[in-house]
Ligand binder design. Sequence first.
Ligand code: SF4
Ligand code: MSK
Length: 629
Amino acid sequence: MDKSLIKLKVEERTIDESAKPLLERTLEEGIETAWDRLEKQQPQCGFGQLGLCCNRCSMGPCRIDPFEKDGPKRGVCGADADLIVARNLLDDLVTGAAAHSDHGREVVETLLMTAEGKSQGYEILDKEKLYTVAKEIGITTEGRNDTDIAKDIALSFLEEYGTIKNSIDLSKRAPEPTQDKWAKAGILPRSVDREIVEAMHRIHMGVGADYANILLHGLRASLSDGWGGSMMATEVSDILFGTPEIKESWVNLGTLKEDMVNIVLHGHNPVLSEMVVKAVKEQEMVDLAKQKGAKGINLVGMCCTGNELLMRRGIPIAGNLLNQELALATGAVDVMIIDYQCIFPSITQVASCFHTKIVSTSEKSKVPGAVHMEFHPETAYDTAKNIVKLAIETYEQRNPDRVKIPAKPVKMMAGFSVEAIKKALGGTFQPLIDAIANGSIKGAVGMVGCNNPKIKQDYGHVTLGKELIKRNILVVETGCAAIASGKAGLLLPEAADLAGDGLKSVCHALGIPPVLHMGSCVDCSRILVLAAELAKALNVGIDQLPLAGAAPEWYSQKAVSIASYFVASGVYTVLGLPPKIFGSKNVIDLLTSGLNDVVGATYAVEPGPVAAADLIEKHIDSKRKDLGI
Ligand code: SF4
Ligand code: MSK
């Protein structure tokens, strides 16, 4: 790497103190990271940033030139700026919806195999949820055993992906006024795969030419993710692995241990990682690690697989998206196990600077340079044990002189499932509703999403989070946003001292932080369920609640889907980075104002966290006024 190209200093790249010394190391040793690659990409293509480049068919690629008077205003097929921008956005959105939903499908398939006695190492850990979900979707429970009920749930959920059902059961969890809005707009989600496939059909050349119609389908596809694929992933993971309860753990790169075998679990799907958690507890494994000179085996998470394990098992989490290369740069990781999504293809390059092995486990997600140990539910436990053995053997090759773990971990609280929040409130949401009604808590914000090297790592999340709690707005988080808050100490009850007086007193009374960690990306569905519960208690639509969404550092197509199902469900959502829509004024107008008449909410874009907090507070104040509170 040519060091003369590096302009951005470590201080400008991250606010994560555990990351800074490792970023120094990568710069000194010429280990390339996402920040370096972003610099090398400058200037990024303006047409692409505006969403005005179309590469959809072989008459193209085409681009619309909004600057030159005589520049092209239509692609070869005749598509104009509005259409090209809308099609590109729908493409991004359904890529995200597909990723979430396919993850959900794998969890449901694991439930089916478990019910049929075909999986290895799994059991049904949350029977209460098994029964609740069964009753909710009309499956008889009386006089039946758990595996029969589980099988029916799995088969019914697999039906949600396609075939002839034509409606998604879990979307009935939304309050009636919200469902009515969907019906009126023609965006009731029919089935998960259908909405995604139809989206791909609609964006084929010569199908949809009406930008508004294309964007409306985007909302429907996003609903099939939020109230379908993602919600099934959450519910079935809870059934198999347990519904999260409030617990304490640790976060940042300091969770890696110098004297232990370090295994990092990175990606999204908990089905394999849960087996790894079991395997490392086996005495045979612990003894083997000790034989090789380690004090034991240290398991840590990364990104959303990490969030899944943190929420249910209290496994410490090493970091979020931009920490993945830096974790490897500690020289202390023996094996990084990857499943899928948000895994930089570069990690094998970084790992090759050390003794570290990357182990890929999904047939869908192979990475050159990784050891591939394919995971299947039938042989899950054996695979998990083999990977742990590999980690122990790899530990022997670790060079202690290359190990650099520069920080102490920060304590955090996690596990705030909807059920756990209700329990903390005394078994009913009424105390929360009362606190909102009397103004102690002004409203709530679902802050979600990723890191993006275009924004100083964690700065957007942490600054916006602090601004919101200061204004007595409760923050609930998932994904990398929650990990950022954890690193900054906002997921501790003591952080309530940074909140306004009303929120502070509620948090002190309940012993909870002002920012609640609700899980992984697919667990944004928990935020929908919480919003639905509050709306039903007040007999209103979700759009009438003093709620908002925020994604200050998003990068992923999944975040486009999340933001869209928030908006489609009636939650005003502020993005910290602009989506690629600025090439079409019509698309901007529809998304930032026109949708109000359709779903009662819009998107907004505001890169400044304080200005974003101003927008959100204004929105929450207006909703409070409309509710007469
Ligand atoms: Fe060009 Fe139309 Fe083909 Fe897009 S679909 S590449 S605008 S011809
Ligand atoms: S991992 S989608 S970077 S939140 Fe879910 Fe983080 Fe965003 Fe991936």
